[in-house]
Design a protein around this ligand. Structure first.
Ligand code: MN
Length: 233
């Protein structure tokens, strides 16, 4: 066994419904602009006939478990929620055909892609990387994973509220690139691995939160996610 100068970083992991064992996180992928109404509210409509999906990643260290309180991050004045259906990958897959995509699905979760929107938009408009806007500490919020091996989710209400007021309300059937298409496309670029999570994109209605706000969200047939925004870091 190797020895280390200091303890290696802990493994990021998520509880699994019905299991004592945790789901260890390998990578966190995020699909950008995957609901038409959200793409429009961001000022960047999508024409699927001439575009391909695009992605960004966050470090596993950005994982935050549902039900926790996380600090309002530094260097932002516009911290946004994005409610998303999260796919959990359970088998290796490279160049997976859309019709075979179900074979590598372990299950699903409800998640939040929390975002420093002000910094993301500056980066976007200056052609810079999105990391400071997206790869935010504690910003990849994930519910327990619900095992549904081989299941392809095609519909289901997706909703988010802040302090009990509904902010986002849509249906997973409005995904521009659906579950099969995301796996087929992303696996052209990456050897997908057990432990990968894919956040599938957010519907319209994104907005800012402030310290003390309580976010709750749900995906019908999957589960619920909750986050309390804590004091400024
Ligand atoms: Mn997102």
């Amino acid at each position: 066994m190797p020895t280390y100068l200091f303890p290696p970083p802990p493994v990021a992991a998520v509880p699994v419904r019905g299991h004592a064992e945790l789901f260890p996180i390998n990578r966190l992928f995020f699909v950008g602009r995957n609901y038409h109404a959200h793409a429009v509210e961001m000022g960047k409509p999508v024409d699927k006939s001439v575009e391909r999906p695009f992605y960004f990643t966050k470090a596993p260290q950005t994982l935050a478990l549902s039900g926790t309180t996380t600090p309002y991050p530094s260097e932002t004045a516009n911290y946004h929620f994005e409610m998303e259906l999260v796919m959990a990958i359970g088998k290796p897959g490279f160049r997976v055909k859309a019709e075979d995509a179900h074979e590598i699905i372990y299950g699903y979760a409800a998640g939040l892609d929390m975002t420093r929107r002000d910094l993301q938009l500056v980066a976007r408009d200056k052609g810079r990387p999105w990391d400071l806007g997206k790869d935010v500490e504690h910003s990849s919020v994930c519910s327990e994973i619900v095992p549904m091996p081989g299941v392809v989710i095609e519909r289901g209400a997706i909703e988010l509220s802040v302090n009990g007021a509904v902010k986002q309300k849509s249906d997973v059937d409005k995904l521009i690139w659906n579950i099969r298409e995301i796996i087929a496309d992303l696996s052209l670029f990456y050897h997908l691995q057990p432990g990968d999570l894919i956040y599938t994109g957010t519907p319209e209605g994104v907005g800012a939160v402030l310290p003390g706000d309580k976010i709750t969200g749900s995906v019908d047939g999957v589960g619920e996610v909750a986050l309390t925004v804590g004091a400024k870091a």
